[in-house]
Design a protein. Structure first.
Length: 144
């Protein structure tokens, strides 16, 4: 039974880490890095830094440190089998969006998704394609 306990502990730690990764709330800087990884799939720190520096003034070491922290938090995975580490997102764009929007609805809009939508449409006029997509979503919601 003694050999079973370390295995059980390891599995429990992995399960807890995976569950924690699904409920992590990335910072604004972490979200910027995640957007790059979601778009590219995988990337090195250098590749992420080059894309971020097109619109933000940040040093390479800052990007490196952020990505190391994100790895420790379980937000990204890292392949360190070669000299150049390759990173990829460990949380999905969809889950992250749902989590952030859900928190925003509850904290800013008193649980009202209608108020969120009205505010979003009032501040950003959707184009024709977006309006059609919104209409399809509304039609589908009416059918449910």
């Amino acid at each position: 039974m003694a050999s079973y306990d370390p295995v059980r502990k390891l599995l429990t730690n992995k399960i807890v880490a995976m569950a924690a990764a699904k409920h992590i709330k990335p910072t604004e800087s972490e979200l910027e890095i995640l957007r790059v990884l979601w778009d590219k799939g995988t990337a090195t720190v250098r590749e992420v830094h080059e894309i971020l520096s097109e619109h933000k003034d940040a040093g390479y070491t800052t990007t490196l440190k952020l990505m190391q922290i994100m790895f420790e938090k379980g937000i990204v995975k890292r392949d360190d089998s070669s000299k150049t580490h390759i990173y990829r997102a460990n949380i999905t764009r969809e889950n992250t969006q749902q989590q952030i929007v859900g928190k925003m609805i509850n904290s800013l809009f008193g649980g009202s998704s209608t108020q969120l939508v009205m505010q979003a449409l009032g501040n950003h006029a959707p184009n024709k394609d977006e309006l059609e997509e919104i209409q399809k979503l509304l039609d589908n919601l009416k059918k449910q």
